[in-house]
Design a protein around this ligand. Sequence first.
Ligand code: PMT
Length: 223
Amino acid sequence: FTSGALAGLRVVITAGPTREALDPVRYLSNHSSGKMGFALAEAAVDAGAVTQLISGPVTLDTPAHVSRRNVVSARDMLAASEELAPHCDIFIACAAVADYRPLQAAATKIKKIHADSMELALVRNPDIVATIAALHPRPFTVGFAAETGDPVDYARDKLQRKNLDLIVANDVSRSDIGFNSDSNAVTLVWPAGSRVLDMASKNTIARGIITAIADLYTHRGQE
Ligand code: PMT
């Protein structure tokens, strides 16, 4: 890990879950704790980058020297990303964004109905990382792929579909890594190669990811 590897560069990182309101007291969300994204922010600062976090609702302290924007829903996260990403060199999408949101968020608390089942209509949320990757000019864009099963095949597909420079594949079927745990194990997949980062603390994995990003960013366009 080289401390000046990202010196002078601006990095924006999304982290944590999003919450999609059903009514004023209920929401759809997921188990992301923000730990991976916050560890990446800390590693980016250590590598010399000016670092901004766009964070969904989490209970973590902001790492030193990181500026933080709090958001709730996927659409809030998209708006913050569209504001900040055009001014950055590297955009890292670590957030676990809800793919769908309720078609309508009720203005008042939804009442119990006298039936055993209830239907919920959902609509697709915008894809934040794909939106940023489609900007002209675009930052060096890094996505994550949370998969169960063989994460690497899916990751390569996502890399191409979302036009990313690097994707970090996470097998989230294991409870000792991925969502909410303090450890992770990932496979980095980019157009010309891949690299496995064996199970370690999220801080160590973050430093490995930032090192790989610095390497690929420095040599971009040379293949
Ligand atoms: O927060 P932790 O508890 O530390 O857990 C870390 C993590 C498991 C959440 C993290 O390492 C991780 O894998 N994050 C991505 C989770 C995810 O939503 O993966 P996905 O395969 O659904 O999405 C693929 C990529 O597209 C991700 O970069 C995601 O941020 C992005 N995306 C997805 C949907 C959407 N509407 N907009 C997006 O930008």
